[in-house]
Design a protein around this ligand. Sequence first.
Ligand code: ZN
Length: 470
Amino acid sequence: MGETQALFAALRQATDAAVAAAIDRHVKEAPDRELSRINILDFAARYRLDEERVIGAFLHAARLGLFELSWNVLCPGCGGVLDSNATLKSVNREEYACALCAAGYEPTLDEMVEVAFTVNPRIRRIAAHDPETLAFSEYMRQTFWSSGIELPDGSAYVRLLDEIVLDAVELPPGEKAILSLQLPNQFCILFDPVTHSAQFLDVNGAATRERQNLTVVFNKLRPPTGKVTMRPGPLRVTLDNRTDLRVLPAIWIAGSALHDLLGKRKKFLTAKRLLTNQTFRDIYRTDTLDVDQRLKITSLTFLFTDLKGSTELYERVGDLVAYDMVREHFRVLHQVVASHAGAVVKTIGDAVMATFATPDQAIAAALEMRDAMPNLHARARHEDLVLKIGVHEGPCLAVMVNDRLDYFGQTVNIAARVQGLAVSRSIFATKAVIDNEQAAGLLDAAGLTPMPQQALLRGVVDRYTVYEIP
Ligand SMILES: [Zn+2]
């Protein structure tokens, strides 16, 4: 058996067999460009596979060396990749600038960092492994844009670029080129995706027959974004590549066709979603962030649970029986959290802290946990235990604590305090959770009406509106 076949055999052992088979087939049969920065949510839809299973399988495949995983910082404006990293550890700048959009952005893990998978060159060599060999249109598709831009296929894509791009040139290191073109009466951008540099051409006024000139030098220091005013008419552009990379300058018409192209987005795997995936936490355990790194998440949902009555239980049935029951409860909670696309961050005594990408996932998990408790009691022939559950959503920081990916911030404190309000099987949740449309829909469908009340959250805030879900 060859190395590749052995790795696929190992993948089938480690993960869902149907997904492993689809990945195997894709790697063998798909064209090169479909193996570069694979959008694995797209992959799931195309092969009609469950998203969570697909995420789990690709993580195992990356761990085995079938794929290279990249954490790409995206420009929210144009969907371009501003920085591509093999680990989240190097997403460490305060701000990322996009020359095309002339804007800077503070990175957050919600929508600004994508996780994409590219086939490992040892498994299959594809054109994107040598990006300097990609022609302009494929460079834009495979290297510049993120997997969240919905680009047309084949000839429709080429036609669209023809419409938007006035002229493009491939300029090897150290070479010069001259472009002669007619400027339309529209705002244009001379943009190079390799050095990520942009020169804005503000074209307006009366058309001229006199030739206008523009010189653009690409050097190692990224040229500043500039703007020149021009008139519609003939333009001669001198391009001078003083870098050691091939550059791909093109003149783009910044009109409605470009805006439409950049506006067509699709779902992609975000860093936030991956961090709250149980498989990711299990197999990338200690290797996610640097100790002094802190990354912002705009919205994460926290679910805390605690077992009421466990101390009395230890007293009454003895350590051994109680331990088994408590352990069984952890097993069930882990299973429920994972089945709702969440991850258990840690357990503290008999308490569990879990995260979810969205409030509705946490609410669905909370309801299922609560329903699972009587089953647990029936099996253990005891009814001593009550699961106290609290849910809250808000911004936080992803950090490493004791070699573990953890979260920090007031949202976490509030979530823990809200859990502390629960005394019975009622679930407590905050307004941020109840106001979430999908979460409200779930409660409504379950015939549950959350009742608001004012609460004191010890050490955090005096009066806080919380909801009791009966
Ligand atoms: Zn941009």
